[in-house]
Structure formats: C-alpha cells, structure tokens
Design a protein around this ligand. Sequence first.
Ligand code: PHE
Ligand code: ZN
Length: 881
Amino acid sequence: MRADDTPLIRLEDYRPSDWLIDTVDLDISLHPQKTRVRALLGLRPNPAGRPGAPLILDGDELSLSGLRLDGLLIDESAYSATAQGLTLHAPPHRRFTLTIDTQVDPSANTKLMGLYRSSRVYCTQCEADGFRRISYFLDRPDVMSVYTVRLEAAKIEAPVLLSNGNLVAAGEMAGGERHFAVWHDPHPKPAYLFALVGGALDHVRQDYVTADGRKVELAVHVEPGKAGRAGWAMDCLVRCMRWDERVFGRNYDLDVFNVVAVSDFNMGAMENKGLNIFNDKYVLADPQTATDGDYASIEAIIAHEYFHNWTGNRITCRDWFQLCLKEGLTVFRDQEFSADERSRPVKRIADVRTLRSTQFSEDAGPLAHPVRPRAYKEINNFYTPTVYEKGAEVIRMLKLLVGDDAFRAGMDLYFERCDGTAATIEEFLACFAETSGKDLTQFARWYEQAGTPTIVASGRYDAAARTYTLDLAQTTAPTPGQPDKQPVVLPVALGLVGKAGDLPLVTGSAAYAGDGVIVLDQPSLSVAFSDVDEPPIPSLLRGFSAPARLELDLADADLLRLFSADSDSFNRWQALQSVASRALVSAGRSPGGHNALIATAGELAEALAGFLRVQAPADPAFAAQVLRLPVPADIAREIGRDVDPDAIHAAHRSLAAEIGLRLRPHLMELRERLGTSAAYRPDAASAGRRALRNEALGLIALADPEAGAHLAEAQFAAADNLTDRLAALAAMTLVAGDAREALIARFGKTYAAEPLVLDKWLMAQALIAEPGTLDRVKGLMQHPAFSLGNPNRVRALIGGFAANLTQFNRPDGEGYAFVADMVVALDRTNPQVASRLLGSFKSWRMLEPARKALAEQKLAMVAQTPGLSRDVADIAERALA
Ligand code: PHE
Ligand code: ZN
C-alpha cells in the first residue's frame, strides 16, 4: 500500500471502543507451519461506546477457520471475515462470547510480528499491533482483558512452554508426544502485552522475595548451551527490582518473572507482562563475548523492561499517541537506575551524547515530531528517540521543576489513581500539578511542540553596582506542520563561577526558582544578580537541565576555566566539548582553516595534560568522556546547511590527531598506569579504566599510526576480554594497511562461531571512513555469518554503513544507492527493519547541493517502488515532504 492512500490516524479522533473484552481464553497448538489458535473472547458493550454498534475486530494476514457466538455457529450473513478483519454486523447488545479459530504459519513469518520462530524457538511480538496477526481482536491498548492461555506442543520441539502470569497446570497429552501448559495472568492487560514462548531453552533461576513479602521465581531463558552467559542479566534483574522498591516503592506482582532471549528480534526487548522477551544481544554476556558497553546496555534494558511492569503494564496507554507515557517515563527510570548503580555524571554525559546524536538530529530534519505525535500512518515508525529519549528529558525537567518531594508524591498518586487503567499524558501531569500546586499548562507544551529549542544567553557585569545580569532568550525553529513555535518552559540550572568557585546567587527575580535554577518560560528575560564581587563566568544548563541548544559566546579561556573549575561535572565536560565543537564547526564550514584547528588542539592538549596527570586516574570513566571529541554528526548538525561530510571528517581527524600528538607521552604513561593484570570484572570502575585506556589508544593511533598499530596488536594478543580486543580492532581500523587487514582476518576467525561478536566486527568494518568500504560491505554480505533475515546482522553491517558519515554520503551517491536498494529488498520480508534503515536518510536536507540531489533521487526511487509496506512508504513520504 502506498502511504498516500493510507488513512492518517489522529489523536483528536479518539473514541472509546464500542465493545470491551473482559476475558480471553487462548488455546494454542504450536506447529512449525500450522499453528492452530482458538480464542474465546468474553465480550460486553462498553457503557462509554455507541449502543448498537457493530463489532469490528482487527486482523492482519489472518484466515478464519471457525466462528461461534455463545458456543453456537453463526449464520454466514451475520459476519464478514477478511485477512484484515472480522466484523459482526449486529451483535447482541449484552454480554456474549465469541470463539474464533485461526491458523497461522510461524515459520513463514519474516516480519517478526505476531507469532514467529527464531532459531527453532516459538515466540511472539505483539506491540504495537502484532496480536491481530494471531487472532482477530480489538487490538488497541484501552481494551484490557484477563488472559488464560493453554499452550500445547511437541515435547521434543518445545519442552519449555511459557506465557504471561502464573503457571496453573501442565501435563502430557495422551500418547506422550505432546504436552501442554496453562498460564493465567490475573492482571487485565491490553493485547500488545500478550506473549508466549515455546522451545528448547536452558535457563538460570533465582528466588526473590519482594519488599512486601511475595516470593517470586526469577528465570532467564537462553538458547541451549548459553546459560553461562545469563548470570549478568539475572544479577541486573535482582538489583533493579530492589531499586524500584526503594526508589519508587514498587513491588513485583506475580509469582514468576521470566526473561527469554531470542536471536531474531526487531527491537531491543519487550515488556510482556511477566514474560519479557529480549533480543539476545541485550541478555547474553560473558567477558569473551560482550563488551563493557554491552554489560551496561544489558543492565539498562533489563531494568527498562522490568520497570515497565508499573509504568506501561499496570498503567498502560489509552492509545498509541500516549506512547511516551510509558516509554519516556520508563527511560527516565532506567537512566536513574543506571546513574545510581554507576557514576551519575558519566551516565548523564553518555545519555546526552545519545540524545544529541539521535534525537537532536531527528528534531532537525524532516522526520521531526512532537513527543506526543498528533497523527500517524504507521505507529511502528514512532518508536523514536523523540518519544523515548526526549520523553525522558521531559520527565527529568518535570522533576526539577516540581522538586524531588512533589515528584515522588506525584508518582505515588499516579500509581494509585491510574493503576489498572489505560491513561493519558493529561492524567499523568494532573498528578504533579496536584502534589506541587504548580500550573503545568505551559509545561505540557513539551508534549505538543516538536523541535529543539535554542537558548541564546549573554551576561553583563557591572563592577560599580556589583551586579551581573543574565539575558536569556529562546527560539525554536519550524518543524514539519509547525511553522510557528511558542515558548516552552526551560529550567536553566546555573552557577556563576568566580575565582574561588561558585558565587552566591542573590536575586529578587521572579524567574529565579531557587536552588540554582532559572525558569525561562518567556521568549526572553533578564535576571539580575546582586552582590557579585568579581566578573563571573556563567555556567549554564548544568547537568543538561533542559534538552536545548545553548548559544553562549564564551572565550576559549573562559571555557577552559570552567573545565578546570566548574563544580558541575557535566559542564566541565561540556566546556571542553564546546571549545572543540566551535573549532570543528569553523573548520568544517571552510576547509583551509587548518591553523585555527592546530591552535585549538594546542589549547585543548594543554588543558588535558594536567587533567590526565592529576585527576584522570581518580575518575577514569569521566576522563574517557573528556577525551572523546564531539562526534562528526553533531558538528554537521551545528553547521546545519550545505554540509560537506568530508570536510567535517577531515577536521575531526586532524583535531584528534593533533591532540594525540601533543598528549602522546601522557597517554602512554596513563595506559601504563591503568594497565592491570587482574582478571576482567564488568563493574563500572573497571570499565572506566578500560574506557580511558582505549580512548588513549585511539588518539595515539590517529597521531602515530605505526605506534598505534603496534599497541593495538599487542593489546589484542594480551587481552582477556572482548572490550579490549574490540578497542584494538577499532583503533586498527583507523589506519589503512596490511596490519589492519591481518587483524580484521584474525578477529573474524577468532569469533567465527559467535554471531553477536561478529556483529561488532561487521560494524567496525562498515564504519571505516575510506572509499573501499562500500565494496567491503557488499563483500561481507556474502560472509556465511551474514543474513538479511536477522535484524542484528542487518543493523550491524548495513546500519553501520548508513551511519558512516563519509561513506554513506559518498560524493558519487553510491552509498545512498546501496542503502536504498537494501531498504527495498528488506521491505519484502521485514518492513520494520527496512523502515528504520531508511531513517538513515533523515539528515539529507542539510547536505551540500550535489549530495542533497543524489540523496533525494534515491529517496524518490524508494518512494516510487510498487508494493511498499506502509512502514517504508510513510518514512519515504515524510522524508521527502
Ligand atoms: N516496548 C518496547 C520497549 O521499549 C519496545 C518495542 C516496541 C519492542 C515495539 C518491540 C516492538 O521496551
Ligand atoms: Zn520501553
């Protein structure tokens, strides 16, 4: 279907369902090609619906094999059934049951939505609208039902049978070949949270007692032979359950909690009630096959899915426009958990890096949309950084604005008031308005208005009057469908930094909210601080208190002082980033400004030298962030138009190389100092040491390729863990030559039997910033480990290439052509993976004219392809609009 024929679904058109389904009894007989599904639905008219309305059930690629009403066959004229739906024209206006028989083919399901098989394991994915691929249903989140699920399968094929809730019965069928299990979930839930799993799986188990005394059996299920890699996920699960009890007062509410890892999965993981299903990349970990980054992601995602049990499942969304109600809030919760488990400032820096590179770039292009979209054609295209990451930033600002106590009280009120319901953003915000006494009307604009606000700031010091006046203004650039922007509520956390640290903030300004926060809710305002004894340096947006761009013209010298003296760790990091970013933007705009770049490298290296010697060893994880320059994509976005990716890349490389050259002795010494003979441990402190050593390695490799290659080879050989090996490979990929090819070959051989490790190998190669990369990537598609059917492989190799700034944006357009062809090819089997890949084009409009024209051609080619999925057609249409 072409996107332009697809109906636009609008928030303002929401109406309650005419019918409700109180109970669902599923009887599912698993078979690789012919799985039989019987659904017994307990229906009743919704008092809030239209009396006498027909019953229109959703379907997707279904075929009906039987239908009964209250157990009796129905006349064929009373209903119509297609692959896309089942309509009962005049159902009785009372409670009744429907028994619906369908048959589905899990083996043929390449979309990985609904019931499918992943490496012989039966599993389901129902969010957002996959349940309708299993049975006809009111597949909308405000229809919540109590499920009882009977599963049946051949014993040898599926010895493990899982569904939501608690196990109530299990046994063998006559003949002994097949067996069954019955699961009951007492908590009413929408269909998108239904799940089943059947297969031969190993597991680790652990007993857990909740703070309110419930005994829970926790289990992590993995492919046979991989239970040795499930321990970390279990450890994370136990820690995040305790954390949610302590920090949010939330206890788990079933007798079992199952996590299952599968190798074919469209997203990261899914919070199905009591049965979370994960992309195995976010479960499996041991030192040989997972990096420190993987350990941290697993911790975050295990927590994220677990936290959904309250924010998503107990309280779900009224409709898909409210997606951020569960996602933004749950991301906020998992970020806070990781901050508490690790280093808060380092976590914040990492999160802001992600926010800028993924969400700010979305906001700056044609796919920009509000945290709560107003309309969509394909909801699967709205699982975006804006809904997730910006959604989390909105919660973070809310907490800052109402204060910790009112925030916690507001959450408690929300959990109490909305438990068991399908809620809206309005209901959520009302809780905080109540507990804080604040009017959140303007704050709610964060949910409606797309785009990244820019805060323009400047300060004036009056020595005679001993005052410092800060002028702040905000603007937001137009985004698709929103030409005129209104001011939003921007909490600007700040300090005035003097010679001996923060100066006291004395002001009578109404915009000053106390505790070092100015609330900028007007187009512009001024705040005068009095009793200021010396000219201060403003430190604004501390802790990145609002998801905004800051324009504040500080001299490099002032930024470097903030780097050494700011009491806010985030802004120490930001200060150095700002120095680098300014130099990169100007070099990226007009290549040839090489001398300015060298001067900046000198300044940065000097500031870093002292830092590395004295402070870095005390906080290596922070130091690793400090050493890392802003990514080229951020520089491109700052430049904003007529972007030349090669110029940005060249500037980025030479700045890094110059810094590396100047710091080389310090970096070598630091690597010595941080080197350890202790066995690998995944904790944050050990990971921080490795991160710093490896950051140093990268800089050395850029400064002195030969020395870098030697170090990388030695590190690869000596390493007892994947983190250090992969870092060696990454450093080596920076420098063309035989040594690189040899290490690539060696890495590939070492991990030939480890698909998740090979993904990193594929990606490292796809990211090489050289013209040969496109052919290399095409060649790697023939590698036995590669498969277009597996989303992780595709994201690693083809997604990796699409993230390669210089090669995706090759001047001859061949990068666009390749990715566009892949989108079209993938769309035939897996539209979700295809449409996400097409999202790589989201920044095409800011390119210089020649590349822009080539990118547009390829987008148009995709858009005109006959038979496109709604997913891909929607992205192509919006990208071109
Ligand atoms: N709801 C999942 C999460 O954020 C993400 C997801 C969406 C997974 C759609 C699969 C399909 O945890
Ligand atoms: Zn989520």
